[in-house]
Write a protein that binds this ligand. Structure first.
Ligand SMILES: Cc1cc2nc3c(=O)[nH]c(=O)nc-3n(C[C@H](O)[C@H](O)[C@H](O)COP(=O)(O)OP(=O)(O)OC[C@H]3O[C@@H](n4cnc5c(N)ncnc54)[C@H](O)[C@@H]3O)c2cc1C
Length: 433
Protein backbone atom coordinates (compact mmCIF):
# COMPACT_ATOMS: atom_id res chain seq x y z
CA UNK A 1 0.00 0.00 0.00
CA UNK A 2 1.18 3.54 -0.74
CA UNK A 3 0.66 6.46 1.62
CA UNK A 4 -1.45 9.30 0.29
CA UNK A 5 -2.11 12.62 2.03
CA UNK A 6 -4.98 14.88 0.99
CA UNK A 7 -4.84 18.41 2.35
CA UNK A 8 -8.28 20.00 2.85
CA UNK A 9 -11.70 18.37 2.93
CA UNK A 10 -13.76 20.40 0.46
CA UNK A 11 -15.37 20.03 -2.95
CA UNK A 12 -12.22 19.01 -4.87
CA UNK A 13 -11.36 16.31 -2.31
CA UNK A 14 -14.92 14.96 -2.48
CA UNK A 15 -14.67 14.65 -6.27
CA UNK A 16 -11.21 13.08 -6.05
CA UNK A 17 -12.31 10.44 -3.52
CA UNK A 18 -15.54 9.76 -5.38
CA UNK A 19 -13.66 8.52 -8.43
CA UNK A 20 -10.94 6.74 -6.46
CA UNK A 21 -13.64 4.75 -4.65
CA UNK A 22 -15.81 4.24 -7.77
CA UNK A 23 -12.83 2.62 -9.52
CA UNK A 24 -11.69 0.66 -6.44
CA UNK A 25 -8.35 2.52 -6.49
CA UNK A 26 -8.74 3.74 -2.90
CA UNK A 27 -7.64 0.23 -1.83
CA UNK A 28 -4.13 0.96 -3.14
CA UNK A 29 -3.63 3.66 -0.51
CA UNK A 30 -3.59 4.51 3.19
CA UNK A 31 -5.23 7.91 3.01
CA UNK A 32 -4.84 10.70 5.56
CA UNK A 33 -7.12 13.71 5.10
CA UNK A 34 -5.82 16.85 6.86
CA UNK A 35 -8.51 19.44 7.55
CA UNK A 36 -7.72 22.60 9.47
CA UNK A 37 -11.33 22.96 10.75
CA UNK A 38 -11.72 21.41 14.21
CA UNK A 39 -14.61 19.25 12.99
CA UNK A 40 -16.97 18.89 10.04
CA UNK A 41 -19.09 21.89 11.04
CA UNK A 42 -15.99 24.09 11.33
CA UNK A 43 -14.33 23.10 8.07
CA UNK A 44 -13.99 26.03 5.67
CA UNK A 45 -15.56 24.77 2.44
CA UNK A 46 -17.46 27.93 1.32
CA UNK A 47 -20.26 26.98 -1.04
CA UNK A 48 -20.71 23.55 0.51
CA UNK A 49 -21.44 25.29 3.79
CA UNK A 50 -23.29 28.40 2.60
CA UNK A 51 -25.90 28.50 -0.13
CA UNK A 52 -24.88 25.49 -2.24
CA UNK A 53 -25.80 26.47 -5.78
CA UNK A 54 -24.78 23.76 -8.18
CA UNK A 55 -24.21 24.87 -11.76
CA UNK A 56 -23.80 22.93 -14.95
CA UNK A 57 -22.25 25.20 -17.54
CA UNK A 58 -19.40 25.48 -20.01
CA UNK A 59 -19.44 29.29 -19.63
CA UNK A 60 -18.74 29.74 -15.91
CA UNK A 61 -17.23 28.11 -12.83
CA UNK A 62 -13.63 27.79 -13.89
CA UNK A 63 -11.14 27.75 -16.74
CA UNK A 64 -10.94 24.00 -17.25
CA UNK A 65 -12.68 22.27 -20.12
CA UNK A 66 -14.91 19.95 -18.08
CA UNK A 67 -17.27 17.72 -20.08
CA UNK A 68 -20.96 18.36 -19.31
CA UNK A 69 -21.33 14.62 -18.54
CA UNK A 70 -18.74 14.92 -15.72
CA UNK A 71 -20.40 18.07 -14.38
CA UNK A 72 -23.80 16.33 -14.40
CA UNK A 73 -22.35 13.32 -12.61
CA UNK A 74 -20.94 15.38 -9.72
CA UNK A 75 -24.07 17.52 -9.41
CA UNK A 76 -26.29 14.41 -9.29
CA UNK A 77 -24.02 13.01 -6.59
CA UNK A 78 -24.65 16.06 -4.36
CA UNK A 79 -28.38 15.96 -5.14
CA UNK A 80 -28.54 12.34 -4.02
CA UNK A 81 -26.59 13.01 -0.84
CA UNK A 82 -28.84 15.99 -0.03
CA UNK A 83 -31.93 13.77 -0.28
CA UNK A 84 -33.34 15.89 -3.16
CA UNK A 85 -32.80 13.08 -5.69
CA UNK A 86 -33.20 9.29 -5.62
CA UNK A 87 -32.82 6.47 -8.12
CA UNK A 88 -36.09 4.65 -8.91
CA UNK A 89 -36.40 0.89 -9.53
CA UNK A 90 -35.33 1.40 -13.18
CA UNK A 91 -32.18 3.24 -12.07
CA UNK A 92 -33.51 6.59 -13.27
CA UNK A 93 -32.65 9.60 -11.12
CA UNK A 94 -35.80 11.30 -9.86
CA UNK A 95 -35.31 14.89 -8.66
CA UNK A 96 -37.71 16.25 -6.02
CA UNK A 97 -40.07 19.06 -7.02
CA UNK A 98 -39.11 20.83 -3.81
CA UNK A 99 -35.63 21.58 -5.13
CA UNK A 100 -35.12 25.14 -6.46
CA UNK A 101 -33.75 24.70 -9.98
CA UNK A 102 -33.78 26.23 -13.43
CA UNK A 103 -32.01 27.26 -16.60
CA UNK A 104 -30.51 30.73 -16.93
CA UNK A 105 -31.67 32.62 -20.01
CA UNK A 106 -33.86 29.87 -21.42
CA UNK A 107 -36.41 32.65 -21.88
CA UNK A 108 -35.43 34.04 -25.31
CA UNK A 109 -37.21 37.40 -24.83
CA UNK A 110 -35.25 38.05 -21.63
CA UNK A 111 -32.04 36.97 -23.31
CA UNK A 112 -32.68 39.41 -26.17
CA UNK A 113 -33.51 42.26 -23.77
CA UNK A 114 -30.21 41.91 -21.87
CA UNK A 115 -28.35 41.47 -25.15
CA UNK A 116 -29.92 44.63 -26.59
CA UNK A 117 -28.48 46.77 -23.77
CA UNK A 118 -24.97 45.40 -24.26
CA UNK A 119 -24.97 42.57 -21.72
CA UNK A 120 -23.53 39.16 -22.38
CA UNK A 121 -25.98 36.72 -20.74
CA UNK A 122 -24.33 33.57 -19.31
CA UNK A 123 -26.21 30.32 -19.86
CA UNK A 124 -26.27 27.56 -17.21
CA UNK A 125 -28.43 24.92 -15.52
CA UNK A 126 -28.50 25.19 -11.78
CA UNK A 127 -29.88 23.66 -8.59
CA UNK A 128 -30.03 25.40 -5.22
CA UNK A 129 -29.59 23.20 -2.14
CA UNK A 130 -29.69 26.00 0.46
CA UNK A 131 -27.55 26.66 3.53
CA UNK A 132 -29.94 24.79 5.83
CA UNK A 133 -29.69 21.56 3.80
CA UNK A 134 -25.92 21.56 3.30
CA UNK A 135 -24.64 20.37 6.64
CA UNK A 136 -26.63 17.12 6.40
CA UNK A 137 -25.45 16.68 2.81
CA UNK A 138 -21.82 16.98 3.91
CA UNK A 139 -22.43 14.71 6.91
CA UNK A 140 -23.84 12.02 4.58
CA UNK A 141 -20.72 12.23 2.37
CA UNK A 142 -18.40 12.26 5.39
CA UNK A 143 -20.08 9.25 7.01
CA UNK A 144 -19.68 7.14 3.86
CA UNK A 145 -15.99 8.06 3.72
CA UNK A 146 -15.23 7.61 7.40
CA UNK A 147 -16.67 4.07 7.26
CA UNK A 148 -13.78 3.08 4.98
CA UNK A 149 -10.92 1.57 7.00
CA UNK A 150 -8.10 3.06 4.91
CA UNK A 151 -9.36 6.65 5.20
CA UNK A 152 -8.26 8.58 8.28
CA UNK A 153 -9.57 12.10 8.95
CA UNK A 154 -7.22 14.49 10.77
CA UNK A 155 -9.48 17.36 11.79
CA UNK A 156 -7.90 20.38 13.47
CA UNK A 157 -4.58 19.83 11.64
CA UNK A 158 -3.60 22.76 9.47
CA UNK A 159 -0.79 21.85 7.11
CA UNK A 160 1.89 24.52 7.28
CA UNK A 161 4.52 23.15 4.96
CA UNK A 162 5.03 20.48 2.29
CA UNK A 163 8.56 19.41 1.43
CA UNK A 164 9.15 17.49 -1.80
CA UNK A 165 12.23 15.34 -1.51
CA UNK A 166 13.00 13.07 -4.49
CA UNK A 167 10.20 10.50 -4.45
CA UNK A 168 8.89 11.17 -0.92
CA UNK A 169 6.91 14.12 0.34
CA UNK A 170 6.88 15.39 3.93
CA UNK A 171 3.73 16.97 5.29
CA UNK A 172 4.19 19.20 8.32
CA UNK A 173 1.28 20.41 10.41
CA UNK A 174 1.50 22.10 13.78
CA UNK A 175 0.85 18.65 15.33
CA UNK A 176 2.71 16.11 13.19
CA UNK A 177 5.36 15.49 10.55
CA UNK A 178 4.72 12.54 8.20
CA UNK A 179 6.14 11.16 4.98
CA UNK A 180 3.94 10.22 2.01
CA UNK A 181 4.34 8.75 -1.46
CA UNK A 182 1.75 11.09 -2.96
CA UNK A 183 0.08 14.32 -1.85
CA UNK A 184 -3.04 16.06 -3.15
CA UNK A 185 -3.41 19.70 -2.08
CA UNK A 186 -7.06 20.86 -2.14
CA UNK A 187 -7.10 23.76 0.32
CA UNK A 188 -9.46 26.12 -1.53
CA UNK A 189 -9.08 29.87 -1.82
CA UNK A 190 -8.47 30.30 1.89
CA UNK A 191 -5.52 27.93 1.77
CA UNK A 192 -3.50 30.40 -0.32
CA UNK A 193 -0.73 30.60 2.33
CA UNK A 194 0.16 26.93 1.92
CA UNK A 195 0.07 27.13 -1.87
CA UNK A 196 2.26 30.27 -1.83
CA UNK A 197 4.72 28.38 0.34
CA UNK A 198 4.84 25.47 -2.13
CA UNK A 199 5.13 27.83 -5.09
CA UNK A 200 7.98 29.77 -3.48
CA UNK A 201 9.99 26.55 -3.43
CA UNK A 202 8.83 25.45 -6.90
CA UNK A 203 8.34 28.65 -8.95
CA UNK A 204 8.00 26.65 -12.18
CA UNK A 205 4.60 25.40 -10.91
CA UNK A 206 3.05 28.79 -11.74
CA UNK A 207 1.63 29.30 -15.21
CA UNK A 208 0.03 32.71 -14.67
CA UNK A 209 -1.66 35.06 -12.23
CA UNK A 210 -2.76 38.52 -13.22
CA UNK A 211 -6.36 39.01 -12.08
CA UNK A 212 -8.53 39.97 -9.11
CA UNK A 213 -12.25 40.83 -9.00
CA UNK A 214 -13.26 43.76 -6.78
CA UNK A 215 -16.71 45.13 -6.15
CA UNK A 216 -19.74 45.37 -3.94
CA UNK A 217 -22.77 43.33 -2.91
CA UNK A 218 -26.07 44.95 -3.83
CA UNK A 219 -29.14 44.32 -1.68
CA UNK A 220 -32.62 45.31 -2.79
CA UNK A 221 -36.24 44.32 -2.10
CA UNK A 222 -37.37 41.00 -3.58
CA UNK A 223 -40.23 42.63 -5.51
CA UNK A 224 -37.78 44.54 -7.74
CA UNK A 225 -36.27 41.33 -9.11
CA UNK A 226 -39.10 38.89 -8.44
CA UNK A 227 -39.75 38.10 -12.08
CA UNK A 228 -36.04 37.46 -12.70
CA UNK A 229 -35.72 35.30 -9.60
CA UNK A 230 -38.74 33.25 -10.64
CA UNK A 231 -37.60 33.00 -14.23
CA UNK A 232 -34.09 31.74 -13.54
CA UNK A 233 -33.11 32.16 -9.85
CA UNK A 234 -29.52 33.05 -10.82
CA UNK A 235 -29.00 35.70 -13.45
CA UNK A 236 -25.43 36.02 -14.60
CA UNK A 237 -24.49 38.72 -17.07
CA UNK A 238 -21.27 40.42 -18.13
CA UNK A 239 -20.78 43.90 -19.57
CA UNK A 240 -17.82 45.81 -20.97
CA UNK A 241 -18.32 49.17 -19.23
CA UNK A 242 -17.25 52.63 -20.40
CA UNK A 243 -13.99 52.31 -18.42
CA UNK A 244 -13.03 49.28 -20.50
CA UNK A 245 -13.35 47.02 -17.45
CA UNK A 246 -15.57 43.94 -17.60
CA UNK A 247 -18.22 43.87 -14.85
CA UNK A 248 -20.37 40.88 -13.96
CA UNK A 249 -23.14 39.83 -11.60
CA UNK A 250 -22.32 36.94 -9.31
CA UNK A 251 -24.11 34.78 -6.74
CA UNK A 252 -27.72 36.00 -6.77
CA UNK A 253 -29.58 35.14 -3.56
CA UNK A 254 -33.36 35.59 -3.73
CA UNK A 255 -34.81 35.95 -0.23
CA UNK A 256 -31.21 35.70 0.98
CA UNK A 257 -28.87 37.26 3.50
CA UNK A 258 -25.64 39.22 3.21
CA UNK A 259 -22.80 37.70 5.22
CA UNK A 260 -19.20 38.42 6.18
CA UNK A 261 -16.47 36.27 4.69
CA UNK A 262 -13.51 35.87 7.01
CA UNK A 263 -9.96 35.59 5.71
CA UNK A 264 -6.86 35.24 7.90
CA UNK A 265 -6.48 38.98 8.44
CA UNK A 266 -9.45 40.75 6.82
CA UNK A 267 -13.18 40.51 6.10
CA UNK A 268 -15.08 40.79 2.84
CA UNK A 269 -18.80 40.49 2.05
CA UNK A 270 -20.67 37.57 0.57
CA UNK A 271 -24.24 36.31 0.45
CA UNK A 272 -26.31 33.16 0.74
CA UNK A 273 -29.92 31.94 0.91
CA UNK A 274 -31.70 29.21 2.83
CA UNK A 275 -34.22 26.84 1.32
CA UNK A 276 -36.74 27.21 4.13
CA UNK A 277 -36.06 30.56 5.82
CA UNK A 278 -36.40 33.43 3.32
CA UNK A 279 -35.94 37.19 3.83
CA UNK A 280 -37.70 39.98 1.93
CA UNK A 281 -34.47 41.02 0.14
CA UNK A 282 -32.38 39.73 -2.76
CA UNK A 283 -28.61 40.24 -2.91
CA UNK A 284 -26.01 39.72 -5.61
CA UNK A 285 -22.41 40.78 -6.20
CA UNK A 286 -21.33 43.29 -8.84
CA UNK A 287 -17.70 42.48 -9.57
CA UNK A 288 -15.15 44.36 -11.64
CA UNK A 289 -12.32 42.30 -13.11
CA UNK A 290 -8.89 43.93 -12.73
CA UNK A 291 -6.13 42.50 -14.92
CA UNK A 292 -2.58 43.66 -14.37
CA UNK A 293 0.52 43.70 -16.51
CA UNK A 294 4.24 43.30 -15.76
CA UNK A 295 6.08 44.14 -13.55
CA UNK A 296 3.13 43.97 -11.11
CA UNK A 297 2.51 40.38 -10.12
CA UNK A 298 0.57 40.41 -6.86
CA UNK A 299 -3.18 40.72 -7.55
CA UNK A 300 -3.92 38.80 -4.32
CA UNK A 301 -1.96 41.39 -2.34
CA UNK A 302 -3.80 44.21 -4.14
CA UNK A 303 -7.26 42.76 -3.41
CA UNK A 304 -6.33 42.00 0.20
CA UNK A 305 -5.17 45.59 0.81
CA UNK A 306 -8.40 47.04 -0.54
CA UNK A 307 -10.46 44.67 1.62
CA UNK A 308 -8.32 45.61 4.65
CA UNK A 309 -8.74 49.30 3.85
CA UNK A 310 -12.52 48.96 3.93
CA UNK A 311 -12.23 47.13 7.30
CA UNK A 312 -10.01 49.92 8.68
CA UNK A 313 -12.52 52.56 7.54
CA UNK A 314 -15.31 50.53 9.14
CA UNK A 315 -13.42 50.55 12.43
CA UNK A 316 -12.16 46.95 12.63
CA UNK A 317 -13.60 43.60 11.64
CA UNK A 318 -16.50 45.15 9.77
CA UNK A 319 -17.52 46.18 6.27
CA UNK A 320 -18.95 49.42 4.84
CA UNK A 321 -22.63 49.85 3.99
CA UNK A 322 -23.80 52.69 1.75
CA UNK A 323 -27.01 53.68 -0.04
CA UNK A 324 -26.78 53.86 -3.82
CA UNK A 325 -27.63 57.59 -3.99
CA UNK A 326 -24.67 58.37 -1.69
CA UNK A 327 -22.33 55.98 -3.50
CA UNK A 328 -22.72 57.86 -6.80
CA UNK A 329 -21.85 61.23 -5.25
CA UNK A 330 -19.22 59.86 -2.84
CA UNK A 331 -21.00 60.98 0.32
CA UNK A 332 -21.00 59.03 3.56
CA UNK A 333 -24.37 57.41 4.26
CA UNK A 334 -25.70 58.52 7.63
CA UNK A 335 -29.24 57.16 7.47
CA UNK A 336 -30.76 54.18 5.67
CA UNK A 337 -33.97 54.32 3.65
CA UNK A 338 -36.60 51.68 3.02
CA UNK A 339 -34.37 48.62 2.61
CA UNK A 340 -33.56 46.85 5.86
CA UNK A 341 -30.07 45.29 5.84
CA UNK A 342 -29.94 41.51 6.33
CA UNK A 343 -26.33 41.69 7.56
CA UNK A 344 -26.17 41.90 11.35
CA UNK A 345 -25.78 45.54 12.47
CA UNK A 346 -22.63 44.60 14.44
CA UNK A 347 -20.90 43.71 11.17
CA UNK A 348 -21.15 46.97 9.23
CA UNK A 349 -20.65 50.72 9.55
CA UNK A 350 -22.52 53.26 7.43
CA UNK A 351 -19.81 54.92 5.35
CA UNK A 352 -18.44 55.76 1.91
CA UNK A 353 -17.12 52.94 -0.27
CA UNK A 354 -15.38 55.49 -2.50
CA UNK A 355 -12.72 55.85 0.17
CA UNK A 356 -11.73 52.20 -0.32
CA UNK A 357 -12.42 51.39 -3.97
CA UNK A 358 -10.32 52.86 -6.82
CA UNK A 359 -12.12 55.46 -8.97
CA UNK A 360 -12.12 53.32 -12.10
CA UNK A 361 -13.74 50.51 -10.10
CA UNK A 362 -16.57 52.68 -8.74
CA UNK A 363 -17.15 54.22 -12.20
CA UNK A 364 -17.40 50.73 -13.69
CA UNK A 365 -19.93 49.66 -11.03
CA UNK A 366 -22.07 52.77 -11.58
CA UNK A 367 -22.01 52.38 -15.37
CA UNK A 368 -22.99 48.71 -15.00
CA UNK A 369 -25.91 49.43 -12.64
CA UNK A 370 -27.20 52.41 -14.65
CA UNK A 371 -27.31 50.24 -17.76
CA UNK A 372 -28.88 47.36 -15.85
CA UNK A 373 -31.63 49.78 -14.81
CA UNK A 374 -32.83 49.64 -18.45
CA UNK A 375 -33.50 45.93 -18.14
CA UNK A 376 -34.26 45.67 -14.41
CA UNK A 377 -36.10 48.84 -13.33
CA UNK A 378 -35.48 49.57 -9.65
CA UNK A 379 -31.95 48.20 -9.51
CA UNK A 380 -30.73 51.79 -8.93
CA UNK A 381 -33.33 52.94 -6.38
CA UNK A 382 -31.57 55.59 -4.24
CA UNK A 383 -31.93 53.59 -1.01
CA UNK A 384 -30.77 50.22 -2.37
CA UNK A 385 -27.87 48.97 -0.28
CA UNK A 386 -24.24 48.48 -1.33
CA UNK A 387 -21.91 46.52 0.95
CA UNK A 388 -18.16 46.46 0.42
CA UNK A 389 -15.87 45.24 -0.39
CA UNK A 390 -16.49 41.97 -2.11
CA UNK A 391 -13.30 40.43 -3.50
CA UNK A 392 -12.81 37.31 -5.57
CA UNK A 393 -9.24 36.13 -5.78
CA UNK A 394 -7.91 34.07 -8.64
CA UNK A 395 -5.22 31.78 -7.32
CA UNK A 396 -1.99 31.25 -9.27
CA UNK A 397 -2.70 28.93 -12.19
CA UNK A 398 -0.76 25.78 -11.38
CA UNK A 399 0.94 23.44 -13.84
CA UNK A 400 0.23 19.99 -12.41
CA UNK A 401 2.67 18.29 -14.81
CA UNK A 402 5.73 19.65 -12.97
CA UNK A 403 5.69 17.47 -9.83
CA UNK A 404 4.49 13.93 -10.59
CA UNK A 405 3.55 12.97 -7.00
CA UNK A 406 2.11 16.30 -5.87
CA UNK A 407 -1.16 17.55 -7.35
CA UNK A 408 -2.80 20.89 -6.56
CA UNK A 409 -6.53 20.81 -7.32
CA UNK A 410 -9.72 22.85 -6.96
CA UNK A 411 -9.83 26.59 -6.29
CA UNK A 412 -6.28 26.72 -4.89
CA UNK A 413 -4.98 25.54 -8.28
CA UNK A 414 -6.36 28.67 -9.99
CA UNK A 415 -8.38 26.56 -12.44
CA UNK A 416 -11.76 26.45 -10.66
CA UNK A 417 -14.18 28.84 -8.93
CA UNK A 418 -17.26 26.73 -8.16
CA UNK A 419 -18.42 23.58 -6.44
CA UNK A 420 -19.09 21.80 -9.72
CA UNK A 421 -15.73 22.69 -11.29
CA UNK A 422 -13.70 22.02 -8.11
CA UNK A 423 -15.42 18.65 -7.58
CA UNK A 424 -14.97 17.77 -11.26
CA UNK A 425 -11.29 18.77 -11.12
CA UNK A 426 -10.82 16.32 -8.25
CA UNK A 427 -12.78 13.68 -10.13
CA UNK A 428 -10.67 14.08 -13.29
CA UNK A 429 -7.37 14.13 -11.33
CA UNK A 430 -8.15 10.77 -9.67
CA UNK A 431 -7.86 9.13 -13.09
CA UNK A 432 -4.06 9.45 -12.82
CA UNK A 433 -3.87 7.67 -9.42
C1 LIG B 1 -19.51 32.00 1.23
C2 LIG B 1 -19.28 31.25 -0.06
C3 LIG B 1 -20.38 30.83 -0.80
C4 LIG B 1 -20.17 30.15 -2.00
N1 LIG B 1 -21.26 29.71 -2.70
C5 LIG B 1 -21.09 28.96 -3.79
C6 LIG B 1 -22.21 28.41 -4.47
O1 LIG B 1 -23.36 28.60 -4.09
N2 LIG B 1 -21.98 27.65 -5.59
C7 LIG B 1 -20.72 27.40 -6.06
O2 LIG B 1 -20.58 26.68 -7.06
N3 LIG B 1 -19.64 27.88 -5.42
C8 LIG B 1 -19.79 28.65 -4.31
N4 LIG B 1 -18.69 29.12 -3.64
C9 LIG B 1 -17.35 28.73 -4.14
C10 LIG B 1 -17.10 27.25 -3.76
O3 LIG B 1 -17.33 27.08 -2.38
C11 LIG B 1 -15.67 26.86 -4.10
O4 LIG B 1 -15.45 27.13 -5.46
C12 LIG B 1 -15.41 25.37 -3.81
O5 LIG B 1 -15.81 25.01 -2.50
C13 LIG B 1 -13.92 25.10 -3.98
O6 LIG B 1 -13.64 23.79 -3.58
P1 LIG B 1 -12.19 23.41 -3.05
O7 LIG B 1 -12.22 21.96 -2.72
O8 LIG B 1 -11.17 23.92 -3.99
O9 LIG B 1 -12.01 24.25 -1.69
P2 LIG B 1 -12.93 24.29 -0.41
O10 LIG B 1 -14.26 23.67 -0.69
O11 LIG B 1 -12.86 25.70 0.06
O12 LIG B 1 -12.19 23.33 0.64
C14 LIG B 1 -10.91 23.60 1.12
C15 LIG B 1 -10.76 22.99 2.51
O13 LIG B 1 -9.38 23.02 2.88
C16 LIG B 1 -9.26 23.40 4.24
N5 LIG B 1 -7.93 23.99 4.41
C17 LIG B 1 -7.48 25.19 3.96
N6 LIG B 1 -6.17 25.36 4.23
C18 LIG B 1 -5.78 24.24 4.88
C19 LIG B 1 -4.53 23.80 5.41
N7 LIG B 1 -3.41 24.55 5.32
N8 LIG B 1 -4.48 22.58 6.04
C20 LIG B 1 -5.60 21.80 6.14
N9 LIG B 1 -6.81 22.17 5.64
C21 LIG B 1 -6.89 23.35 5.00
C22 LIG B 1 -10.40 24.39 4.45
O14 LIG B 1 -10.75 24.48 5.81
C23 LIG B 1 -11.50 23.77 3.59
O15 LIG B 1 -12.32 22.89 4.34
C24 LIG B 1 -18.85 29.86 -2.46
C25 LIG B 1 -17.76 30.28 -1.70
C26 LIG B 1 -17.96 30.97 -0.51
C27 LIG B 1 -16.76 31.40 0.29
Amino acid sequence: MENLAIIGFGAATIGFLKRLIEEGKDKKYNIDIYEKGEDLENAGFGGLKYDGKLFISKEMGGDLDIPIATQKKVVEFYLQKSGFAKFDSKNKLIISNELEKGNSFENKELYKKFYHFGFDPVRSHFFHLGTDILIDTIKAIYEDLSNLKNINFKFGEEVKQIVVNNKKITVLSGKSEQIYDKVVVAVGRRGHKLVSEIVNNHPNLVLSNDKVDLGIRLELPNHVVDYLNKEMYEFKVRLKTKTGYIVRTFCNNPGGEVTLEKYDDFYTVNGHANTNKKTSNTNFAVLVTHSFTQPFNDPIGYGSYIAKLSNILAGGNKVILQCYEDFIISKRTKKLGRVEPTLDANNYILGDLNLALPRRTTESIIDFLERLENVVPGVTYPDNLLYGTEVKFYANKIDNKVLPNLKIIGDCSGWTRSITYATSHGYLTAKEF
